[in-house]
Design a protein around this ligand. Structure first.
Ligand code: MLT
Length: 269
């Protein structure tokens, strides 16, 4: 996997190298290997770039806290240093979606379209922030294990969790490669993230929203609310998928993104 020296850490990323660029931003507490099937299927049509965010996968951790601005800047820094010249399609899952909103806020001219998956526009409420603090304290005390134990069963639909042992193990291994500092940094970033709801009506690029019907972390109603507020958008709800629709229903997910990319090409012609 290629790596890049940044000012304060080494960032690892996957790059399939041809076509319009799609930037895949992973969720918490995962890494770019969650996008394996998308990298394989979409590479015929797009240059697929998938960074490991700082502290996750093969990217180094820097001391917590992190922020949405910092992680959006890391993504922009990657595009910049690879010499990407055209606006990109930004696809973020969950925390990756929060970063996609921030990326759009900071670099609107660099966004050709958005794919928002298993995410929401709102900020954490008081209870949400308190539960981030609790998780931060457990990670400080016991490392990655409490996050893995709490999150793996919730990341997948109950049915996937019961029946697909291979996927459960894949997700668990991914979670367990995260560094404690990366987990704390990202938890702080999510806790402090701004409310993106006020900007939804002003999003001027095409948006595809994809959500798992059985998402246990972010309910489908959040995706519906985004669909109702964003002007040029389409919502695809995938039955049989939880919080990781790109893994649980990879073919249907890839088909939705593929169709969206095609519709963008047709718009340009
Ligand atoms: C994620 O999947 O990125 C996180 O569960 C999002 C969150 O905790 O808000």
């Amino acid at each position: 996997m290629p790596e890049q020296e940044r000012n304060d850490f080494t960032l690892a990323y996957q790059d399939s190298c041809s076509g319009p660029t799609i930037l895949l931003i992973h969720g918490f507490p995962l890494n770019s290997s969650m996008w394996e099937s998308q990298i394989e299927d979409l590479s015929d049509m797009a240059r697929v770039l998938a960074p490991d965010l700082r502290g996750f996968g093969l990217s180094e951790a820097t001391p917590a806290p992190y922020s949405m601005e910092m992680m959006a800047d890391d993504c922009m820094g990657l595009l910049d240093s690879l010499g990407v010249q055209e606006p990109v399609i930004v696809c973020g899952l969950s925390m990756g979606g929060y970063i996609a909103f921030e990326f759009y806020r900071r670099f609107p001219d660099w966004v050709a379209a958005l794919v928002l998956t298993a995410t929401r526009a709102g900020a954490d409420d008081e209870a949400g922030r308190a539960s981030r603090d609790k998780m931060i304290a457990s990670v400080r005390e016991r490392g990655v294990e409490p996050v893995s134990r709490a999150m793996v069963p919730k990341l997948l639909a109950p049915d996937t969790y019961e029946r697909n042992e291979m996927l459960v193990n894949f997700v668990r291994e991914m979670v367990e490669t995260s560094t404690p500092e990366g987990l704390v940094g990202a938890l702080e970033a999510m806790k402090a993230r701004p409310d993106s709801t006020p900007m939804l009506a002003d999003i001027s690029v095409p948006v595809l929203i994809i959500h798992g019907e059985a998402d246990q972390i972010i309910p489908v109603s959040q995706a519906e609310a985004m669909r109702d507020a964003i002007p040029n958008t389409k919502l695809v709800v995938l039955p049989g998928a939880g919080h990781l629709p790109n893994l649980e229903q990879a073919d249907a997910f890839n088909e939705a993104v593929w169709d969206f990319l095609q519709s963008l090409e047709e718009e340009v012609e």
